[in-house]
Design a protein. Sequence first.
Length: 310
Amino acid sequence: MGGRIGHREVQVKAPGKVNVFLRVGSQQADGYHDVAIAYQAVSLCERVRVVPADEFAVEVTGSVELSRVPSDDRNIAIRAAKLLAERTGYRGGARISIEKHVPVTGGMGGGSADAAATLLACDTLWETGLPRDEMLELARALGADVPFALTGGTAIGTGRGDELSPALAQGIFHWVFALADFGLPTPEVYAELDAHRARHATEITPADDAPTVEADVLQALRAGNPRMLAEAMRNDLQAAALHLSPQLTRTLELGEASGALAGIVSGSGPTVAFLAADLDAALELQVALSAAQLNVVRATGPVHGARVIE
């Protein structure tokens, strides 16, 4: 396929996510773990703009700390664009501009959202028309959370988290996120989880080989009931994240003491997600945590996955 361009530029918005449930299976021979995740896409979004170019380049701006975001070929957005070009035979390039609002290495899938947005933006810009199932295949090749950033909404992820099935959900959930000024690389958190399990092998139940999402989580989502969901939330990575960053314990305690229904480390952390009963409670919690000198943002979920915007 040649370099025919049907658009001068394309902009796409893609959501961050919160894992309202994350169970991690036992470590496999290849070092990886199967997981069972209940994902919810939230209104904290990344915006990606692509314009035609002879080569691939990326620039990054935004409201979050950006020092850990690469601006060369290591950036997942460039990897996504090149992967799409390779799959479709497109011979041009793209200049990619990312406006980041999801914390970097914060456990909320910001890089995955960038990748998903770039796939959709370049496919639209280049008019390559990749079928949806092939787009999801490329997304899985880029990272376990990238397919969900494409689809959004509420979903159950199994396998490595990239085998998705939609979950019935209704209503709006109100979240307040406490952002950290540091990152927690996912591989380090999984390594600490394995070490934690080894240290306490005689005290804790062995991990499942094929974990599943518990029924009370699905029931709470289906009912749109935040109090039910607060009781059902779980993250197997939380203990590891707290061991690596003990200061997050104070954040969790402060949020729950300030009116949150529940707090949970988001994914591999270090972002802490607090579920509020309603909008008024979320606003009060945001004010209380801000007064305690925490960097917080408020969001709602579920929202759509990656979408082209005018």
